[in-house]
Design a protein around this ligand. Structure first.
Ligand code: RP5
Length: 166
């Protein structure tokens, strides 16, 4: 396989019902032309698949893992316990949850020694952006694309301010 097509980011989620949220991370990675893979891995329903996924991630060429889950959201923390790759956790508000606090706290409150970079509730877009920033440290062309993105962000606010003035 051509090096540029080997997935650098793994997007995983506890259930296919998480896809409507997690697809926001995929959209960002596509925008930045970062190769990624996307699949369902459940800490509770497919624990052996989860262990295998985490243990083979680095040797398969992944550099960052984005893991989303709702409810008793153990997936990001368990993945982080099984790999040295940085793990970005996306707490997902699942339909029967207590306003998403269950997933936020399950992902955020990791013990010392096993960090998960937790983004806001349902914030898969920010997870994609954070993954891009991590990869940009060692990729000049990606760093330039990210810098353009930041300038565009600023421009869009400037335009709104100018619109308010007129
Ligand atoms: C979690 O349970 C998943 O990450 C999902 O957010 C939630 C509900 O899953 P389903 O019952 O919709 O499959 O493990």
């Amino acid at each position: 396989m051509n090096n540029s097509t080997i997935p650098k980011v793994g997007i995983i989620m506890g259930s296919d019902s998480d896809l409507k949220i997690m697809q926001d991370a995929a959209v960002i990675l596509k925008e930045f032309k970062i190769p990624f893979e996307l699949t369902v891995v459940s800490a509770h329903r497919t624990p052996e698949r989860m262990v295998k996924y985490a243990q083979t991630a680095a040797t398969r060429g992944l550099c960052v893992i984005i893991a989303g889950a709702g409810g008793a959201a153990h997936l990001p923390g368990m993945i982080a316990s099984l790999t040295t790759l940085p793990v970005i956790g996306v707490p997902i508000k699942s339909s029967n949850s207590i306003d998403g606090w269950d997933s936020v706290l399950s992902i955020l409150q990791m013990p010392n020694g096993v960090p998960v970079a937790t983004v806001a509730l349902n914030a898969a877009k920010n997870a994609g952006l954070l993954a891009a920033q991590i990869l940009a440290i060692a990729d000049e062309s990606l760093a330039e694309r990210y810098s353009t993105y930041k300038k565009q962000l600023q421009q869009s606010v400037d335009e709104k301010i100018n619109h308010l003035k007129s």
